[in-house]
Design a protein around this ligand. Structure first.
Ligand SMILES: [Zn+2]
Length: 289
């Protein structure tokens, strides 16, 4: 990301939420149920228009989990999506139609990140190749054990997909160690896809500078809260089967802390952290005032 890369207007949208006891996502956390927002980041590029980083939940999730065995997903993860929280509603409130979204940068294929893809008729998709490769030959049951519901993907998903790894590679430099490389997703250094291994087969974070010139790392599920990277708190062992590689997840979590300590101005944005969503909304409101 260079000093001249276009700045991105960022809106962090909470598109539904689920409830879990806090200790599931944060070892040593509370027993009481906590609410975990599902994030979709609206990214407005000065010339390329509206893009999204993930979609959060959508009504398709209900249809995809109506039958067994997928219904188990809904039981384990009770989801709420109020009409005013839908992507359609929140985009319309900003003068954007679903058909205006030109691209979705997909962090990974878990259902709470891709449930809205079918509502975006004109969007192309970017994801890391190895993440998509995991779909090949995936049965419904096997998908379910990995929180992947293939029914959520548009029928022409493959035709609309661009592998992020095919974009120009970028060396991130010592400030970003242990994350050493990224991909220049739009070719103008405004949005850099960064592999964040461990949580899924090939999770992709996105690095950008917002309109206030603040560096943001959209980090999806590399950590489930700001506390997790600050205090290096792993999820409960109960969540371990959901992780593609537990040891790589631990290394990525440590990497996020190392990067944050070197760059105090960097905002790490987990996809399910209410604290970070609120703090960013407050800081952008202040900057606009
Ligand atoms: Zn996930």
């Amino acid at each position: 990301m260079t000093g001249t890369a276009p700045r991105i207007e960022v809106h962090l949208l909470q598109v539904g939420q689920c409830r879990h006891p806090e200790w599931v996502t944060l070892r040593g956390g509370r027993w009481s149920a906590a609410e975990f927002p599902a994030l979709s980041a609206l990214l407005i590029h000065p010339t390329r228009g509206a893009l999204l980083y993930d979609t959060g939940y959508a009504t398709h999730f209900d249809a995809a989990t109506a039958r067994f065995p997928e219904r188990l997903y809904r039981w384990i993860t009770p989801v709420q999506l109020a009409p005013a929280q839908t992507l359609q509603h929140q985009l319309a409130a900003r003068g954007i139609a679903l058909g205006d979204v030109s691209r979705v940068l997909i962090s990974h294929l878990h259902a709470d990140h891709v449930a809205g893809l079918r509502d975006l008729p004109n969007a192309r998709f970017s994801a890391l190749r190895a993440e998509i490769a995991g779909l090949a030959g995936l049965s419904r049951l096997r998908g379910l054990t990995q929180a992947i519901l293939p029914a959520l993907l548009p029928a022409d998903f493959a035709a609309r997909l661009d592998c992020a790894d095919d974009a120009q590679g970028i060396a991130l430099g010592p400030l970003w160690a242990p994350f050493d490389h990224g991909y220049d997703l739009l070719g103008d250094r405004s949005l850099i896809g960064v592999p964040l291994p461990g949580h899924s087969r090939a999770q992709m974070g996105v690095l950008l500078r917002d309109r206030d010139d603040r560096p943001l790392l959209l980090a999806a599920d590399a950590c489930w809260s700001a506390r997790a990277w600050r205090e290096q708190r792993m999820p409960s062992l109960l969540a371990r089967p959901l992780m593609h590689n537990w040891h790589a997840y631990r290394a990525t979590l440590a990497g996020l802390q190392a990067v944050a300590l070197r760059q105090p101005e960097l905002l790490i944005v987990p996809s399910h952290c209410a604290e970070t969503l609120r703090a960013y909304a407050r800081s952008t409101a202040r900057a606009a005032a």
